[in-house]
Design a protein around this ligand. Structure first.
Ligand code: C2O
Ligand code: CU
Ligand code: CU
Length: 560
């Protein structure tokens, strides 16, 4: 299937000269930064195949200044855009002076391709990552996962967006092209020479490194020209430690359509979306509500956080900052209507008898203060626990500390959030997730289905200072009978074309939902299949082509 929506990310080299900026829009809407100079939002280039050069060198974070950064191909890191079902190959040539592991955050890939720090490749060498895209359409990202230097690598630029499309999502006709905007947000500190400052003190290691300059796709004090119409914003929190409560400056509504693992069942209207490091959400914004010539700012609002026992960091959490100013101009286009339904997320299965595994986060005083999970800190080659491919488990995450926030991330397939002891789930937490913010003294239950791929995997805190400090455990995914790596959940449907019934053959026999989707993206048939071979009646369907989707895989069929 040819991908036709690549145009949304324009090629804008970092440091393109920009003419003088005219005062624009309402005065309330000025974004602030440390030099007051607005900069056009940088948009990532799209990976077009081949090799990504991983470099350390100078880029223009600020116009007319060189800043030493670390980049995947360009600054901001190239965006990888793929379709579900694709075989994706990405070669990376490491031109930096340290070894590098790269992780495809949110994607379910073979263990050897997952960017475990033990699989790092050295300076001057090339590594080929290749895997099948099993994930649903959504906004994922990729970043350095190098041993004890994930924080500094990501902080200096080693991160990029990874966008997956699928037929279900394309059929929705969501805003596309220039109106589909990836926004990777991170905060930084700069010195007078506009160099990244990274010098965590003991307090910073406890709280995580927090900056006072908000960067959107590496752009300080960013603005984006938009037309008065609907936009799809793909929000990625790529920060080391900062949590954002993202909202518009006039508090007008956002429609959340996706969380970490893609589309929700339906759009949910909110005033703000809170994202911890590693989390993503997609929102639809209606800029046709604004008059041409005015602007509105995407900002992070105030929220309360407990003061840590090491005292407040220099630039605390929960403080208001502007991130991007949207300058609205042009003729109103009100042709888009927010769809009523987005996707089908199967109801939670019966959880009786599903084993519960406990994880406690705490602080150890042994050998200096360390963030721990189950009393342990990371050891590269130690297996901390074992799970079986495809066998569901409930993981109970308990934060034992009154003053620490931990965004907990699980590698491999997306999980479902079952409960939060602090209250209901936020809208973007109701779909598939791979990272969840564990608040002080909170308990969260998640439903984890271990990958079909056996091998070592990771659970860790996505506060990157905590991660580098060792707040990470290895878990071994054991292959189980009936789950074969080579099968990858592939399905075979025959006969083709068919008229009355189709046979669906799988090489695995776990319970999965089968859906038949018509050309308009409507789900016309939905059922749970369990055996490796199932017969599905399709005589009630009108002639035409359909998509049959089982679990993470889909294929098209023709009904005669
Ligand atoms: Cu985004 Cu293991 O990390
Ligand atoms: Cu991950
Ligand atoms: Cu943490």
């Amino acid at each position: 299937m040819a991908f036709t929506r690549r145009s949304f990310i324009r090629t804008i080299a970092a440091g393109v000269a920009v003419g003088s900026i005219q005062p624009f829009g309402a005065p309330h809407a000025k974004a602030m930064s440390d030099d007051g100079q607005p900069n056009p939002l940088k948009l990532p280039r799209v990976f077009a195949g081949g090799t990504i050069m991983v470099m350390s060198g100078s880029v223009n974070v600020y116009e007319n200044h060189s800043t030493n950064a670390r980049v995947f191909g360009s600054y901001p890191g190239v965006a990888i855009v793929a379709n579900r079902g694709d075989e994706q190959t990405i070669k990376l040539h490491n031109m930096t002076d340290s070894s590098l592991a790269v992780h495809w955050h949110g994607l379910d890939v073979p263990s050897a391709m997952d960017g475990h720090p033990m699989d790092a490749f050295g300076s001057g060498t090339t590594k080929e990552y290749s895997f099948r895209i099993l994930n649903r359409a959504g906004t994922y990202f990729y970043h350095s996962h190098s041993h004890m230097r994930t924080a500094v690598d990501v902080y200096k630029g080693l991160a990029g967006a990874f966008i997956v499309h699928d037929q279900e999502e394309l059929a929705l006709g969501l805003p596309s092209g220039e109106r589909d905007v990836p926004i990777v947000i991170h905060d930084a500190r700069f010195d007078a020479a506009k160099q990244f400052v990274y010098a965590p003190t003991m307090t910073d290691k406890m709280e995580g490194w927090l900056g006072n300059v908000m960067l959107a796709n590496g752009t300080p004090n960013a603005y984006l020209d938009v037309t008065p119409s609907f936009y799809r914003l793909r929000l990625v929190n790529g920060s080391n430690a900062r949590i954002y409560d993202l909202r518009l400056s006039d508090n007008s509504e956002l429609f959340v359509i996706a969380g970490d693992g893609g589309l929700l069942t339906k759009p949910i209207k909110v005033e703000s979306v809170k994202l911890a490091p590693g989390e993503r959400a997609e929102v639809l914004v209606d800029f046709s509500r604004y008059e041409s010539g005015t602007s509105v700012v995407l900002k992070t609002g105030k929220f309360n956080v407990p003061v840590g026992h090491m005292g407040a960091p220099t630039y605390p959490q929960g403080v208001e900052y502007s991130i991007i100013e949207f300058r609205v101009a042009g003729t109103k286009d009100v042709s888009f209507t927010v769809p009523a339904e987005l996707s089908v997320i199967p109801p939670l299965p019966d959880l009786t008898g599903v084993p519960v595994r406990m994880f406690e986060t705490a602080m150890s005083m042994m050998g200096g203060m360390k963030h721990t999970i189950n009393g342990k800190t990371f050891e590269m080659m130690r297996t901390d626990f074992e799970v079986n491919s495809g066998e569901m488990e409930i993981w109970e995450l308990r934060n034992m500390e009154p003053d620490m926030l931990h965004p907990i991330h699980v590698h491999g397939p997306q999980f479902r959030v079952l409960s939060r002891s602090s209250g209901p789930l936020a809208p973007h937490e109701t779909g598939y997730k791979d990272t969840i913010l564990l608040n002080p003294l909170e308990t969260i239950r998640i439903l984890v289905t271990p990958s079909r791929y056996s091998g070592m995997s990771l659970i860790h805190c996505h506060n990157l200072e905590h991660e580098d400090d060792g707040m990470m455990l290895n878990f071994m995914v054991n292959a189980t009978t009936g789950v074969h790596e080579e099968a990858l959940g592939e399905i075979e449907v025959y006969p083709q074309p068919s008229s009355d019934a189709i046979m669906v053959r799988r090489t695995i026999d776990i319970d999965e939902r089968l859906e038949i989707i018509d050309v308009n993206g409507r789900i016309v048939h939905s059922t749970i299949i369990s055996g490796s071979e199932s017969q599905i009646q399709i005589s009630h369907l009108v002639r035409g082509s359909y998509n049959v989707r089982v679990g993470r895989f889909s294929t098209s069929i023709i009904k005669q």
